[in-house]
Design a protein. Structure first.
Length: 421
């Protein structure tokens, strides 16, 4: 194996040309053991074509050798030739000692292609052959998790936990915690997050723990974990909005707003931070600052409907109807795509005594809000003011269907029909 060791030293020293010269000698006249060892080394160093040539050379002499076929399959996968790799791996006999390994590789390839049933069959067959291999249970957990089969995934991960806490760099307790949290079982997930954190302090695990605590309503726990994460990595942008929300849920609006300000310094293009900051500022009585934040959110995304509706609500509270109209005309949102804008426009034009425009908007909005009692109330009284008693009567008849004991509507409808008589 002296020549192989010599080539390895050359590769480690960056003498690639010299190494390839010696490689060609081994390829042409080397012993089978030399070729196999060198193929593994060339594969590890990223010389995929050279490794492939060595293995194919050996397969001419040992065409059914499973270890060679598995290595060739791995090389082909690394080179992105998945279809060719499948053809190679499917050649391995069930009686070959490497059959189980081939099944695992095939399962990975079929999962990538979205052929989940085939992948599952390969993994279950591998489990029959290698019942003690926890990597197969892990692979099954990953497969079932991807398919959304929560119970099966958890069962597989729990089998892994009996043997290992970590597989392929993945913290199994975190995997289980993430899965349980995503399924809405937040309190159960916290137990696993606690174990995962105790095993290894990882910022993503810490975020998952804090976020799940927030979802479960354990706001103080969430605040503590988010703050711990912020100290570890202040550039972890996702934490700020959720930490601010946790403070808000605890009634600590000042710290909520301060957290938003910190977050914006880290991520000045995050429209969600500006939206939430605007809402909190208004709650704190900082109305002008709240308006500024909401306008900034819309500037970042002119189609940001939640920010637009929140700002409109503020304008309505301040009776700034012209600002409502101006904002709606500036948005990159069509009114029929967000019907609330039609309703907002109708009310604003009505308040501004631009009745023809108001009528047009009310009629357009009616298509979307014909079952909404509050809208029908606004629309009905507007029609009365405009002298459109027939149409107003139709609206109040419709409202009485939903609220048949409403005396105000019955009395009003009586007067409207009396006017007609």
């Amino acid at each position: 194996m002296e020549r192989v060791n010599k080539i390895i030293i050359m590769l480690e020293n960056g003498q690639h040309n010299e190494a390839l010269t010696e490689y060609n000698v081994v390829l042409k006249s080397g012993l089978p053991d030399e070729k196999f060892l060198l193929s593994e080394e060339m594969y590890q160093y990223g010389f995929l074509d050279e490794a492939k040539a060595l293995v194919e050379n050996l397969l001419e002499t040992f065409p059914e050798e499973g270890e060679l076929l598995v290595l060739l399959g791995e090389i082909l996968v690394e080179a992105g030739n998945d279809e060719e790799a499948i053809l190679v791996l499917e050649k391995i006999s069930e009686h070959d000692a490497n059959f189980g390994q081939s099944l695992l590789l095939l399962a990975d390839l079929y999962q990538v292609q979205g052929l989940y049933e085939v992948c599952e069959r390969k993994l279950l067959k591998a489990k029959e052959i290698l019942p003690e291999e926890v990597i197969i249970d892990f692979a099954l957990g990953e497969l079932y998790s991807e398919q959304g089969e929560i119970a099966k995934a958890l069962e597989a991960y729990e089998r892994v936990l009996k043997e290992e806490n970590e597989i392929a760099g993945v913290n199994i307790n975190q995997r289980i915690a993430d899965l349980i949290s995503a399924s809405g079982m937040f309190e159960d997930a916290l137990v696993y997050y606690e174990k995962a954190i105790n095993e290894k302090l990882d910022i993503n695990t810490l975020f998952g723990y804090a976020f799940t605590a927030l979802q479960a309503g354990y706001y103080q726990t969430a605040i503590g974990r988010f703050r711990e994460l912020k100290e570890l990595d202040p550039e972890y942008h996702s934490l700020y909005l959720h930490l601010a929300l946790a403070y808000e849920r605890e009634g600590d609006l000042e710290n909520s707003f301060l957290t938003i300000q910190e977050g914006i310094k880290q991520d000045e293009f995050n429209k969600e931070l500006f939206l939430f900051g605007g809402k909190i500022a208004v709650k704190l009585g900082k109305v002008e600052e709240g308006e500024k934040y909401l306008r900034e959110a819309i500037a970042l995304d002119p189609g940001f409907i939640e920010a637009a509706l929140t700002l409109n609500e503020l304008f309505f509270q301040q009776e700034r109807y012209e600002d409502v109209i101006e904002l709606i005309t500036q948005l990159d949102i069509k009114e029929d795509e967000e019907p609330q804008l039609l309703w907002d426009s109708a009310v604003s034009y009505q308040k501004l005594e631009n009745f023809s425009y108001a009528l047009d908007k009310y009629e357009s909005a009616y298509t979307f809000f014909k079952k909404n009692q509050t809208f029908l109330h606004d629309y009905g009284y507007f029609l009365i003011e405009e002298g459109k008693t027939d149409r107003a009567a139709e609206i109040f008849k419709q409202m009485l269907i939903e609220d048949p004991t409403n005396e105000e509507y019955m009395d009003l409808l009586g007067r409207l029909t009396g006017l007609k008589d």
